[in-house]
Design a binder for this molecule. Structure first.
Ligand SMILES: [Fe+2]
Length: 299
């Protein structure tokens, strides 16, 4: 199988690394650590992988890389052939970059909207270092069965060109929401590459590359616990508790220190592998007063 198999890691550029450390560990429950001697870079873990999220200290406050995994070296070579055949430019990562990402090989490219991607194989798994949550948790983060770190909604440059691009990478999917809105019909395109309902989705207006990152937990009490912690914090709840019609995720959304949103969810169902669409969510997910008009719709 040539196609990508999961969203293995994400890299964010953040302007306030110290604030992010507290947000990630004390609110989200992620494990944070620095490699010896490293300055301006923080690794975040959710499982046995060396890291699932890297925070680089810079002013982007946006996505710097979305790491999409392929199975191994043969699939990596085959993906290069696919990209060359489609006229899609990419650059192979040098040893230093591969070491920084904790992968055997990677290539860098951009999607039609300029979203930064890295296709890689061979992540570093620290089997000797079990996940240690940054604060108390009832359960664990869900990353198994190649579900990857979670899902993201990204900026797009048109549905047709986006669909064709990600189809070449081995993803499939279609519109999962068609909602009548005051400004016209809102549509959301959802693409998957494994059992997770969607790995990338497109539709809401995005001032940055990323609209939100979703992290899934395996115990609903962790959604409510995080919600309670966020309500007592200075980070606003942006979309209230609710259940998505497409992936059945029970979730809410908060603003991160970088402005883009983090969704914490429980109970996502596997991808249906057959297209279907919805006109609203199952329940909830109302926008909070902090949500600007026309901002991050996740429907
Ligand atoms: Fe989401």
């Amino acid at each position: 199988m040539t196609g990508v198999t999961e969203l293995g890691y994400v890299v964010f550029g953040v302007s306030n690394l110290a604030e992010w450390r507290d947000f990630a560990t004390q609110l989200l429950g992620l494990e944070a650590f620095e490699e010896p001697g490293e300055v301006g870079r923080l690794h975040l873990r959710t499982d046995y992988w060396h890291h699932r999220i890297v925070l680089e200290h810079n002013d982007a406050d946006d996505l710097l890389a979305a790491g999409l995994r392929v199975a191994g070296p043969d699939e990596f070579t085959a993906m290069g052939d696919v990209l060359r055949g489609a006229g899609i430019a990419f650059q192979l990562g040098d040893r230093a970059l591969c070491d920084a990402r904790g992968v055997l090989e990677l290539m860098r490219l951009a999607d039609p909207a300029g979203n930064p991607l890295e296709i890689f194989h061979g992540p570093r798994i620290d089997a000797h270092k079990p996940f240690h949550a940054g604060r108390r948790m009832h359960g664990r983060f869900v990353t198994g069965d190649h579900g990857g770190v979670g899902h993201m909604i990204l900026r797009h440059a048109g549905f047709d060109i986006t669909y064709e691009f990600y189809k070449r990478l081995g993803m499939r999917g279609n519109f999962e929401y068609r909602m009548p809105m005051p400004g016209g019909m809102f549509e959301g395109l959802f693409m998957h590459c494994n059992q997770r309902d969607h790995t990338f989705a497109f539709g809401p207006p995005c001032s940055k590359s990323i609209n939100h990152l979703m992290l899934e937990v395996d115990n609903i009490d962790d959604v409510f616990m995080t919600h309670e912690l966020v309500q007592a914090s200075r980070y606003p709840v942006m979309i209230h508790l609710g259940k998505h019609a497409n992936d059945h995720m029970f979730s809410f959304y908060m603003a991160s220190p970088s402005g883009f949103l983090i969704e914490i969810g429980y109970g996502g169902r596997p991808a249906t592998h057959q297209s279907e669409y919805y006109v609203r969510d199952t329940y909830g997910h109302e926008f909070s007063a902090h949500m600007g008009a026309g901002m991050a719709l996740d429907k």
